[in-house]
Design a protein around this ligand. Structure first.
Ligand code: SF4
Length: 240
């Protein structure tokens, strides 16, 4: 089995190993989700704001948003139209809030690929800014529900991005932000501790080992099962 993990596959395994098996081993496709389509379109607009050496006009962001828009996952036309308007308002507000302090970033949508032991760890960082003193500010956009207070202090995704910047020699991230785009709220934390980084590395190694040894037990919970497309084939819900 390929020893390749991303933050999202690691989270799926943590939430429910059986779901990981359905998704990554059996490769049973999931239903399209409107919140993924929405997030992707908003991310495209925000990427456009920072992917060139000058501040673009808002119309370029909206063009990127329109081009990236997808109807996938919307059950009703009215719901899609409402979401599309909300997304546009969100982009306009983000632009207004952030244009005055715009600076060219170190990069946007930065792909990474590094190894812990022989495990390949992959992902994409939304944006990395330079802090002027050689240090980095890692930024991840969120377009869903409000974030819990203090999540940024030990958020595993941010730890993984900090580790990626270290491993790939991009630089030392001393500031880490989750940006809740719908509210315009920045949740910023200082560099995560070595202890958090070691904890994440252990989790990556333990998860890869569990996968190698075929541990795919169902782990039902209200949160994990609520949106799970594999319920009808899951042993926790009926079929063997
Ligand atoms: S329905 Fe629940 S227990 Fe079953 S695979 Fe999905 S998340 Fe896991």
């Amino acid at each position: 089995m390929p020893r390749k993990l991303s933050y999202s596959s690691l989270s799926v395994y943590s939430a429910c190993p059986a779901k990981w098996h359905f998704k990554y081993v059996l490769k049973i496709p999931e239903e399209p989700k409107h919140y993924f389509s929405f997030g992707k379109a908003v991310h495209s607009a925000l990427e456009r704001m920072y992917d060139q050496p000058y501040l673009p006009g808002i119309e370029l962001l909206l063009e990127a948003y329109d081009n990236a828009w997808s109807s996938a996952g919307y059950k009703k036309k009215e719901d899609e139209a409402k979401a599309r308007k909300q997304g546009e308002a969100m982009i306009r507000a983000f632009y207004q809030q952030n244009a005055p302090t715009w600076q060219a970033p170190i990069g946007t949508e930065l792909k990474f690929d590094f190894r812990i032991n022989d495990i390949q760890v992959i992902g994409v960082i939304d944006r990395i800014d330079g802090l002027g003193n050689g240090d980095l500010h890692i930024i991840d956009y969120k377009t869903g529900k409000p974030l819990e207070e203090g999540r940024e202090i030990d958020d595993e995704q941010l730890t993984m991005y900090q580790l990626a910047a270290d491993m790939l020699g991009i630089g030392k991230a001393t500031s880490l932000s989750l940006v809740h785009v719908p509210s315009g709220r920045w949740h910023t934390a200082p560099r995560h501790s070595d202890e958090l980084v070691e904890k994440l590395k252990d989790k990556i190694v333990d998860t890869a080992e569990a996968i190698d040894t075929g541990r795919f037990e169902a782990k039902p919970s209200e949160d994990a099962c609520k949106w799970c497309d594999y319920k009808r084939m899951c042993s926790a819900w009926g079929p063997e």
